[in-house]
Design a protein around this ligand. Sequence first.
Ligand code: ZN
Length: 304
Amino acid sequence: MTINPLRHLQSTFFVVCALACSTPAATTNAGATAASPTLPPTLLLTNASRAAIAAWCATQPASNINAALHALTPPQRQQLVSCALDTTVTPAEKQQVTEAALMVTDSPDLGFYLELYATTQIRRHAAPSGAYAAGDHISLSSGMLDKKDTIVLRNTITHELFHIFNSQQHAAPGISGLNEGTAIWIFKCAYSDLPRGEYDLGLAEPTFGTINFYRDIGIKGYPKNIDMGIPTKDITPKGREVYETILMARDPSHLPIFDAQAMQAIYTYYFAPIDRNQAFDKWLRTFRQAHARMLRDRAATSPQ
Ligand SMILES: [Zn+2]
């Protein structure tokens, strides 16, 4: 298993993250349309099995999991999430991890994280800061847990588990702009309590910013040139569903994620010329100008 530390400073939500390129632990059969999004009653028992939760989720599109979860009362949802979670953090930390995990699934778009909870262990490791995703688990640093900042924890769990989602659903792969970009954009577009200043740069800034970060600043031992990470035809129906109905539907950049040629052309013309190795506010300012130019040009050339 390869762990690749990735420091993505392009977000104001600084996270030291690692991506795992290993084979997914579980492949889901999303898109198999269920007759009803209602949860099987056995999953609402206090001793509901994690495996049973995972098995049910695997047969459901993300929209059904979202609907089923949000049809529950808050105490029922809390119980279900508690049954799905598997964590090795200390008993004292478990409460805040559970609270943050519940905040994730309280978001109407992110009920489908229930499946990620039921298939991914949440661990802790001794380090002053950061978190990473690797194969069948994510790990939160002791330093992050010590700060007891539930919002940071919520965003980090959302981010790291989305790397697992990308792996399980054969979406944006490995060390790539889109693997990192989607894992940042998912929490920026899902939570309305985040600063709106970066929202309007959509998926473009975290995706192209990641590519330029590796190129201009770099991480010791890692390549300077990383892939865009366009999902291949192997992406699962659930992967495509989440990309299309959440990430792309909310994206003010309107990035054509599945069109490799168009994505490369957009990057090369508008964003590749920008040096990432400058103060973050300057980077954002320059990026914002290029982003506005891109939107103007595309509006001018799109069919009326
Ligand atoms: Zn990441």
